[in-house]
Design a protein around this ligand. Structure first.
Ligand code: ADP
Ligand code: MG
Length: 249
């Protein structure tokens, strides 16, 4: 269970998050929606540890994450695919995923590219893990291609594979479908649904409300940094406050 307890974060005079609380049980797919600037990305960064809250707490299975830097939270099972995340364009598809695996196991990029012989066995295990993650997102055939050569939809699936290489318990996806064509969007929706069906707890921020309502067990709606609704897709999409603030009357 991921517990977000009254987190607040301000930038200057703007409250990006104000007393945001959320409980996400294991196995849930939670949608997070709201207008631009509502605080969705800020919330994800607070959970993954890339921002520190002014107040409030985030915990996983009752263990507070607040004092942990991002790579330690990753080791405890929190993975994030950032909004507009970039790949390493000069690396192959497989190498991009291996960086994700190393981020958890051996302290990041330097360890991922410098390979002393003593680490060969670890290296092979990392490679095998990366290959499994690529297969999971349907990109095993592209393993040796340069990452930059992939179409955008496959690049997004590669981002997901890289996050999976950290073997997370909770996966945060921030607008993974933005800019994708309809077919790519359908493929990504199917992938997210399959990962959740396999047991992955997922928090999904998406601008495409149809995608979120088709996937999510529950949806939390943010507006101006505050939770204005929390419920099933049917409940939040018929909530008058949500319609006024976001969905448009
Ligand atoms: P969303 O992801 O819902 O579009 P964000 O979390 O990115 O919203 O932003 C919430 C608010 O916080 C916005 O008003 C935004 O301008 C502000 N904000 C976010 N990050 C920063 C930052 N690093 N510095 C200053 N203001 C920020
Ligand atoms: Mg955002």
């Amino acid at each position: 269970m991921l517990t977000i307890d009254r987190v607040s974060k301000h930038f200057g005079g703007v409250y990006a998050n104000r007393d945001v609380s959320m409980e996400v049980p294991d196995g849930e797919l939670r949608g997070v929606i709201g207008p631009n600037g509502a605080g969705k990305s800020t919330l994800f960064n607070l959970v993954a540890g890339h921002l520190r809250p002014d107040s409030g707490s985030v915990s996983l299975d009752g263990r507070p994450l607040d004092r942990m830097p991002p790579h330690v939270r990753a080791r405890h099972g929190v993975a994030i695919v950032f909004q507009g995340a970039r790949l390493f364009p000069g690396m192959t598809v497989l190498e991009n995923v291996m960086v994700g695996a190393h981020a958890r196991t051996h302290g990041g990029l330097v360890a991922a590219v410098v390979r002393p012989p003593s680490q060969r066995r670890q290296e092979r295990e990392t490679r095998e893990l990366a290959e499994r993650c690529l297969a999971r997102v349907g990109l095993e055939a592209a393993a040796q291609q340069p990452a930059a050569a992939l179409p955008l939809g496959q690049q997004r699936r590669l981002q997901v594979a890289r996050a999976l290489a950290g073997q997370p318990r909770v996966l945060l996806l921030d607008e993974p479908a933005s800019g994708l064509r309809a077919g790519e969007r359908t493929d990504l929706t199917d992938l997210v649904r399959e990962l959740n069906a396999d047991g992955m707890t997922i928090l999904l921020v998406e601008h495409d409300v149809g995608m979120v309502t088709s996937l999510a067990h529950r949806i939390t709606v943010l507006d101006l940094g505050e939770v204005i609704a929390d419920g099933t897709p049917a409940e939040v999409t018929t909530d008058p406050r949500v319609i006024t603030a976001y969905l448009g009357a």
